[in-house]
Design a protein around this ligand. Structure first.
Ligand SMILES: Cc1cc2nc3c(=O)[nH]c(=O)nc-3n(C[C@H](O)[C@H](O)[C@H](O)COP(=O)(O)OP(=O)(O)OC[C@H]3O[C@@H](n4cnc5c(N)ncnc54)[C@H](O)[C@@H]3O)c2cc1C
Length: 432
């Protein structure tokens, strides 16, 4: 069955990137066929990880015409996607970042959402709730937030800096004790259903001819300065022209298979689902709100979801996603939540889940591009809690690098591996 998406005959050449010379792919060196090395066991591009970043990369490669005469495979170890970061995400899309590249990357997803039905068909829907982000700052944080808003506005984001009076008028359900100001996205921010967006990329990529292999990558074998083949748990060995690491929180482990250091590790985060029966309509239609203490909450249907990122010293062990720490809610989240929104004094926790952030321990920004010494090994990793909204831009950027050897749309050079090698952080100040 041809999955829904663009069919081969209708394939569109991306306006930004045309077809690339085959040489750019690091095209697979064909060896003599033998029992252990069949011609069919080679792929021009192997993407490790078939969730939103892997599928977006495949989608943009296909859009740019990379499929013609080339074999692109995604290797995904868990086609149920039950525990991947994407399926556990809060779905947030914001432009309130301090790093211009991050603003631009989120804007790619926003443009994609605005254009969703034209790209993916009339049924395409990611349930975008454009209710904005509201980031509150204490007096200590006011200067940083004001500078960030200036950057965001300069880059075309529709963000307002609100003083206390303006906050009180717009959001009467807030208690403003300790709040000096807040930044609010009037448009272009909100949240989506993460799995819907991932499914659109995946279906369209498969429809264009990208192969999805259900297997786990257990080895990356190098020859000289390149990954030569990808070993799968099933025993299959895929000779590979280019390898993309889209393994989310497991990206550090996958990089290590090629003997490469990547400072990305899983960090466990809890999301609590609460019922607040007395919440008025204006709170239910309110933004994703981030308290100066780090607690965040947003409406989710007739309920709300909430959470907090712990201090480095309080990070829980990155194991067992089924184990939920309810004491964190009782001791850290709820008191701050109720102090900020008095209506949240009367709530009931009705559910909770945990997921792993794909956390870049150097600077909490994405790592995008090839390894300088393993020239055909590309990263799209380390998004640290904002990778859902960056998957489209990251996938497009990696496809540009593979096809053209340079960024053609957004210049993400500063997100390259060089800063990792040099230990030179490019810090994002708005990490939630
Ligand atoms: C609680 C929580 C809330 C979040 N909220 C937001 C938010 O509001 N906004 C936002 O933008 N981002 C958010 N994020 C972050 C976002 O979800 C991630 O950055 C993003 O989903 C990463 O996508 P990915 O495809 O790289 O990783 P994943 O979705 O984790 O996918 C990686 C895939 O690789 C596969 N894989 C791993 N190793 C191998 C291997 N060896 N072989 C084969 N396959 C392999 C895995 O099975 C998995 O399917 C949140 C994350 C969490 C946990």
């Amino acid at each position: 069955m041809q999955p829904r998406g663009f069919a081969k005959a209708e394939r569109v050449v991306c306006p930004h990137v045309g077809l690339a010379p085959a040489a750019r792919f690091g095209t697979v060196q064909r060896r003599k066929p033998g029992p252990a090395r069949m011609a069919s066991q080679s792929r021009d591009i192997v993407i490790v990880g078939g969730s939103i970043v892997g599928c977006a990369t495949a989608y943009y490669l296909a859009q740019a015409g990379a499929i013609a005469g080339r074999r692109i495979a995604i290797v995904e170890k868990d086609p149920t996607y039950a525990t991947c970061s994407t399926a556990r995400s809060a779905g947030g899309l914001r432009q309130q970042f301090s790093t211009p590249e991050n603003i631009a990357m989120s804007q790619v997803t926003l443009a994609l959402i605005r254009d969703l039905k034209d790209r993916f068909g009339p049924e395409a829907d990611v349930a975008f709730r454009e209710q904005g982000y509201l980031i509150l700052a204490s007096a200590d944080g006011a200067e940083v937030i004001a500078a960030s808003v200036e950057t965001q506005r300069r880059h075309g984001a529709d963000i307002l800096l609100l003083d206390r009076d303006e906050l009180a008028a717009r959001f009467p359900w807030l208690d403003l004790a300790g709040v000096a100001c807040g930044s609010f996205g009037q448009s272009g921010e909100g949240w989506i259903d993460p799995v819907s967006l991932m499914t659109l990329f995946r279906t369209a990529a498969r429809g264009a001819g990208v192969e999805l292999i259900h297997d786990a990558v257990v080895g990356l074998e190098k020859s000289g300065d390149a990954v030569e083949s990808v070993a799968l748990a099933s025993g299959t060995r895929l000779a590979a022209g280019t390898v993309v690491n889209a393994a989310g929180p497991a990206a550090g482990e996958v990089a290590a298979l090629a003997g490469v250091r990547l400072p990305v590790e899983p960090r466990k985060r809890y999301v609590y689902v609460i019922d607040c029966r007395d919440a008025p309509e204006e709170l239910r239609r309110g933004p994703l709100t981030v308290d100066p203490t780090g607690v965040w909450f947003r409406p989710e249907g007739r309920l709300f979801i909430t959470g907090i990122s712990p201090e480095e010293r309080d990070e829980p062990p990155a194991i067992d996603l089924d184990a939920i720490d309810y004491s964190l809610f009782e001791e850290e989240v709820w008191p701050r939540l109720a102090a900020r929104v008095p209506l949240f004094e009367s709530i009931k926790v009705v559910n909770a889940w945990a997921g792993f952030y794909d956390y870049n321990t150097l600077d909490q920004n994405a790592i995008i591009g090839p390894h300088p010494e393993v020239r055909n090994f590309y990263f799209a990793n380390g998004f640290s809690g904002h990778g859902l909204q960056q998957a489209a831009a990251a996938g497009r950027a990696v496809s540009e690098l593979i096809l053209h050897g340079r960024f053609c749309t957004i210049d993400l050079t500063r997100f390259g591996y060089a800063r990792i090698a040099e230990g030179r952080p490019l810090r994002e100040l708005n990490v939630i």
